[in-house]
Write a protein that binds this ligand. Structure first.
Ligand SMILES: Nc1nc2c(ncn2[C@@H]2O[C@H](COP(=O)(O)OP(=O)(O)OP(=O)(O)O)[C@@H](O)[C@H]2O)c(=O)[nH]1
Ligand SMILES: [Mg+2]
Length: 476
């Protein structure tokens, strides 16, 4: 099994080491070999220069480099070239090297048979002693982190390790001279952005539907099987703009849909201002119940009133379909209540398990939207569950053959072009925001807003061409 350290981070470490191109060979990995000091020494002693890398649940990556052998001599090791480093903090790149304070007096490493990888004489970083068992999600390392032999440039250790030593992985790599091979999987199936993209958030926050139709926001309708991540996608987008993890839309796993009402959620910026789009969350589709073609028509046309809660739940279940006689039926909807983009939400990990009748149902909704000229797209969620390489590093999404295959499959199932299919990973287990999750979600959202804008322009042309009033627009 390959390690998690990306080629980009290897390049960063190589430049800090400063003695030419380096090959990184994985010697020890706690999820594979167990978190045990004896095993660490068996695998890593006398292997020359090594780098030790810790990954935590908050999206931080850090640890240290030693230019000399690890050993089990029970003594400190003077290593003038050793350094501590930080590559990522709380989901964002933050490459910083912390050199040894005084290379003549300070110790870089400590070789003790009952210690895991330990840096500094103090010790600055002792990962663990003896054996640590996994909780199933992380290893709560029993070591500690101190400022002692290395110069932290005023940074406190909590700004490196998020105040904990609960790590999802610890890896030790041997470093040898040589040119790293470019992995063949680096072939991308879609041209993708720089993963340090900064402008997406501002671009979307300043989105305003164009034209003379007086629209204050555009509505994106989310439709899809139960539990595919519709509500979570809204939560993910809202979290990005709020600057913290939010969970306004209830999400979870149930035998039936967790979402029971038609809810057009607003997205709010940190300032509290509403952005100019809404995600309309719906109950998950099932074969025997849920939305039918007529009800889908009503939803698209804006005939269903906002926050049409309990009644709506019942209406979704025959034998009492939504009909114009129901209270809450909007007979003359405004353009602002109309759906301007339909987003089918599909779980990338379970495409093959969607019952054919449900595929048929989504296809007929797709055709209804198509007849109305409403743009359709697919959100391919749970890419982390569909591909292990993506789970270990989201930036692998556009080089993953599995995700490429999932995009092809969905494109075939729903008859939509591949460039209308957006892979994402929603926030589900994370406690903090992550740059890569943000970028993937915002790439999808930006495209959805472009689609909606195109549709608004088409409507505008129809109005101008036919000289009809915006009130009559819903009949177009
Ligand atoms: N690993 C992973 N889990 C996800 C992702 N998106 C959603 N989930 C989880 O999937 C489950 C269902 O998510 P929801 O957002 O409730 O799905 P939904 O489509 O709104 O479900 P219903 O309202 O019941 O139809 C939750 O436990 C989420 O935490 C994802 O991208 N990756
Ligand atoms: Mg839901």
């Amino acid at each position: 099994m390959a390690g998690q350290l990306s080629d980009k981070y290897m390049g960063q470490l190589e430049s800090w080491i400063g003695t030419g191109p380096k090959i990184f060979t994985l010697l020890y990995q706690i999820t594979r070999d167990g978190c045990n000091a004896t095993t660490f020494h068996q695998k890593c002693d006398n292997q020359g220069p090594t780098v030790t890398v810790l990954y935590n649940q908050q999206g931080s990556v850090y640890r240290g480099y030693g230019s000399l052998n690890w050993n089990s001599s029970s003594s400190n090791i003077k290593d003038a070239n050793a350094f501590i480093f930080q590559l990522r903090y709380s989901g964002s790149d933050k490459p910083t090297k912390f050199a040894i304070i005084d290379k003549h007096t300070q110790y870089g490493l400590n070789g003790h048979p009952t210690y895991g990888p330990t840096f500094g004489g103090g010790h600055d970083l002792q990962a663990f002693t003896g054996t640590v068992n996994s909780s199933g999600v992380f290893f709560a390392l029993n070591g500690y982190m101190n400022a002692h032999s290395f110069d932290y440039q005023g940074l406190t250790v909590d700004k490196i390790n998020n105040c904990n030593l609960q790590v999802t992985e610890l890896e030790v790599y041997a470093i040898t001279d040589g040119q790293r091979k470019q992995s063949p999987v680096l072939q991308t199936w879609r041209k993708h952005p720089e993963w340090n993209e900064k402008t997406l958030t501002e671009e979307i926050a300043s989105f305003k539907p164009s034209g003379e139709l007086g629209l204050s926001d555009v509505r994106i309708l989310m439709l899809g099987p139960v539990g595919t991540g519709k509500s979570s996608f809204y939560n993910t987008i809202n979290s990005v703009f709020k600057g913290r993890i939010t969970q306004r839309a209830p999400s979870g796993i149930g035998t039936q849909s967790i979402t029971t009402a038609y809810t057009p959620y607003e997205v709010k910026a940190r300032s509290g201002a509403s952005l100019n789009f809404r995600f309309c969350d719906t109950r998950g589709l099932e074969v025997p119940q849920g939305l039918n073609n007529l009800e889908c028509n009503y939803l698209l046309d804006g005939n269903i009133s906002d926050f049409y809660e309990c009644q709506f739940t019942r209406q979704f279940n025959p034998p009492t379909p939504i009909c114009p006689e129901n209270p809450g039926f909007v007979h003359k909807p405004n353009l602002k209540e109309k759906i301007l983009c339909v987003l089918f939400v599909i779980d990338a990990a379970t495409i093959d398990e969607i019952p054919p009748k449900l595929v048929e149902k989504m296809n007929s909704f797709q055709r209804i939207a198509n007849r109305k000229g409403i743009p359709r797209a697919v959100l391919l969620t749970k890419v982390d569950l569909a591909c292990k390489n993506v789970a270990s590093n989201i930036t692998n999404v556009f080089i993953s053959k599995k995700i490429e295959g999932a995009v092809d499959k969905v494109s075939g199932l729903l008859g939509l072009p591949k460039n209308n299919i957006f892979p994402v990973k929603n926030y589900e287990n994370e406690m903090q925001l992550d740059d890569n999750i943000r970028i993937l979600a915002l790439l999808a959202l930006r495209q959805l807003l472009y689609f909606a804008e195109d549709y608004v322009e088409n409507l505008q042309e129809k109005i101008n061409g036919r000289n009809v009033s915006t009130e009559k627009l819903h009949k177009l």
